[in-house]
Design a protein around this ligand. Structure first.
Ligand SMILES: [Zn+2]
Ligand SMILES: [Zn+2]
Length: 129
């Protein structure tokens, strides 16, 4: 099945480009709608598969916020997120990773802490108006 390979690579590139072009942390479904503008024949399953692959490669990250549908982030660096409780949108928080938190947790529970995920929640500026 060698013939399919170049096309899959191209699809993967488009998916990665589209994900990196937005800051909205789309779900796979939302990204599928976006990618379809450029690749009308792509399937949702293909988008899923490629997102899993890109996540495994550390090129993007999968984020789980509010225990809802998984979302994807074109920024693979560790960073914090804030979710609007009104409209459900997820934004990046422009704040350096709090290193001291890992140390406190380590002291408290005796674990060697490798990293952490923090999710903030609130009401976004648009919804506050
Ligand atoms: Zn909002
Ligand atoms: Zn993010």
């Amino acid at each position: 099945m060698k013939h399919g390979k170049p096309r899959i690579t191209h699809q993967r590139e488009v998916i990665l480009e589209e994900l990196k072009s937005v800051r909205t942390h789309p779900s796979a479904d939302e990204l599928y709608d976006q990618v379809r503008q450029r690749l009308p024949r792509i399937s949702l399953a293909t988008v899923y598969r490629n997102l899993e692959f890109l996540t495994d490669q550390g090129l993007v990250q999968k984020i789980e916020v509010g225990g809802r549908q998984k979302r994807f982030d074109g920024n693979p660096e560790e960073h914090y997120h804030i979710r609007c409780l009104d409209c459900g949108k997820v934004d990046d928080v422009d704040l350096d990773r709090i290193q001291s938190l890992d140390k406190s947790i380590s002291r408290t529970c005796g674990y060697k802490v490798i990293g952490h995920r923090l999710e903030f929640m609130g009401i976004c500026p648009e919804c506050s108006k």
